[in-house]
Design a protein around this ligand. Structure first.
Ligand code: AP5
Length: 191
């Protein structure tokens, strides 16, 4: 299996690059944000609970997302590998991911961290907010999401750096330029 975490602040391009990675490498894309938005749209109990956090830009509690991921990994243990987009988002989630993968004799092979300055992130998300209908793409919530990223999520970079799997990539430029840089890191690993 090839297990890649695509990591970065809100708006850094995780979803955009994940779609291209799925096409190129045939990996199974897991976006916790997408799964939670589908739950909200379906009006499930999980969705209602998640909405209370997501609309404020806060993280959904670890125990909820970890349980969600555990089921998903078990159900898809036959795939070539995963692209984890938006998960893990805290160190306990990172530890849980390794534990879950280790049950299948696997671990995270590569963490691609997309590096983008805050002004660019805010600009991208405000622009998307004009058409996306996402309840968290407004200035106040974007700023809250960025604070949450620096406080709760960015410590994962050291977590993965210590494990020797972190690669930091400039997330600015055209989508194709960034993808080529990511591809280089993956191809170095698999060839
Ligand atoms: P999630 O859905 O994961 O959102 P996010 O991390 O805030 O990321 P975004 O989807 O906004 O951005 P992205 O990095 O994917 O960039 P994208 O490619 O879309 O999470 C939402 C919420 O769910 C969280 O706040 C939390 O509440 C909850 N949640 C999710 N996972 C959780 C977890 N594990 N634990 C707890 N809670 C969790 O691009 C953004 C925009 O920029 C697009 O318009 C795109 O077209 C554009 N763009 C992309 N690349 C470029 C480029 N190179 N140049 C110019 N524009 C670009």
């Amino acid at each position: 299996m090839l297990n890649i975490v695509i990591f970065g602040a809100p708006g850094s391009g995780k979803g955009t690059q994940s779609e291209k990675l799925v096409q190129r490498y045939g990996l199974h894309h897991v976006s916790t944000g997408e799964i939670l938005r589908e739950e909200i749209a379906s009006g499930t109990d999980l969705g209602n609970l998640a909405d209370a956090y997501m609309s404020k830009g806060e993280l959904v509690p670890d125990c909820i997302v970890i349980e969600m991921l555990d089921g998903l990994i078990r159900k898809n243990s036959h795939v070539k590998g995963f692209i984890f987009d938006g998960f893990p988002r805290t160190v306990p989630q990172g530890e849980a991911l390794s534990r879950m993968l280790s049950k299948h004799g696997e671990d995270v092979n590569l963490v691609i961290s997309l590096e983008v300055a805050d002004e660019e992130l805010i600009d991208r998300l405000l622009k998307r907010g004009q058409i996306s209908g996402r309840s968290d793409d407004n200035r106040e919530t974007i700023e809250a999401r960025l604070q949450v990223y620096y406080r709760q999520t960015s410590p994962l970079k050291d977590f993965y750096r210590e494990r020797g799997v972190l690669r930091e990539i400039m997330g600015v430029g055209t989508i194709d330029e960034i993808f080529i840089a990511i591809e280089k890191e993956i191809d170095r690993l698999i060839t």
